[in-house]
Design a protein around this ligand. Structure first.
Ligand code: 0L1
Ligand code: MG
Length: 264
């Protein structure tokens, strides 16, 4: 679609405003806005830049659509990605303020901490050698669109639904993480059970893809940054007051509690 930079900038303000005010908006696609993938990423960058202008900074990136099931469901054959910012960080063991979200869901993930920058086409061994530590993680996704529905371009523009994340204690990267049991619990009861193998057969493949996508975008994954590799199970809707925990074989736990209604 032929769109001016001004029009994309205005749409970025709308998507960012929806996140800031926890108010869902109409899907861009259903308003007849037919973005290319490149324009959707441009809109994402402009929206995240508004977060930076409010004092947030980048902590890493998240990968989305990292399971074959999700790619088939969305009719796509590649992953999506977006920045994770300091404003999205939820302390391990801390509280997630429910009033800041629209219709949040949580999914169990694996996080990488990089010791070396990565960019471009790399193999699995190169990805592994750039990792300082791995950790169990929780990602909170919260689409800014009505009914959590979107086209591929809509969700890219919405920074891949990124809205919160928690990382458990970092563990040495010498653990084989290709097939670890992962249990997502609400108030101690299992609500999703899966394996890290659901993340592209091995979460390190997601890091390989992140490096490739960084290269394609003319950027890099920086040393010291976090990469969220993707979900090991379907996402679960969050509700006020619930205690959320992921228990990952060999890696341990990451957890937070959702605030009760009306807390600020
Ligand atoms: O983190 C994810 O895999 C989700 C990406 C965005 C799509 C969604 O909100 O389900
Ligand atoms: Mg995710």
């Amino acid at each position: 679609m032929n769109m001016s930079n001004q029009e994309i900038t205005e749409l970025a303000a709308q998507v960012d405003g929806a996140a800031l005010n926890a108010q869902a908006i109409e899907q861009l696609s259903s308003l007849g806005i037919d973005l290319s993938i490149e324009q959707a990423y441009q809109l994402q960058s402009l929206s995240v830049a508004r977060r930076y202008s409010r004092g947030e900074h980048q902590l890493g990136v998240k990968m989305g659509f990292t399971s074959r099931a999700k790619m088939i469901q969305m009719g796509v054959d590649d992953m999506i990605w977006g920045p994770l910012t300091s404003g999205m960080f939820i302390e391990d063991g801390g509280e997630m303020n429910f009033s800041h979200f629209i219709h949040p869901r949580v999914e169990p993930e694996i996080a990488f901490l990089l010791k070396r920058p990565l960019s471009g086409v790399i193999n699995l061994a190169e990805a592994m050698s750039a990792v300082e530590a791995v950790a169990p993680a929780l990602e909170v996704i919260d689409s800014r669109y009505n009914n959590f529905q979107f086209s591929l371009q809509d969700v890219i523009a919405d920074n891949c639904s990124s809205s919160g994340f928690t990382v458990g204690a970092w563990q040495k990267a010498d653990v084989d993480i290709s097939n670890l049991g992962m249990v997502l619990e609400f108030d101690g009861a299992a609500v999703q059970v899966g394996s890290s193998a659901a993340i592209l057969g091995n979460p390190y493949r997601s890091l390989v893809a992140a490096a490739r996508m960084a290269g394609e975008a003319g950027s890099e994954l920086t040393a010291g940054s976090i990469v969220l590799a993707g979900a090991a199970t379907a996402a679960e809707a969050l509700r006020p007051g619930v205690h959320v925990r992921v228990n990952t074989e060999k890696l341990g736990v990451a957890e937070f509690t959702v605030s009760q209604p009306l807390s600020e």
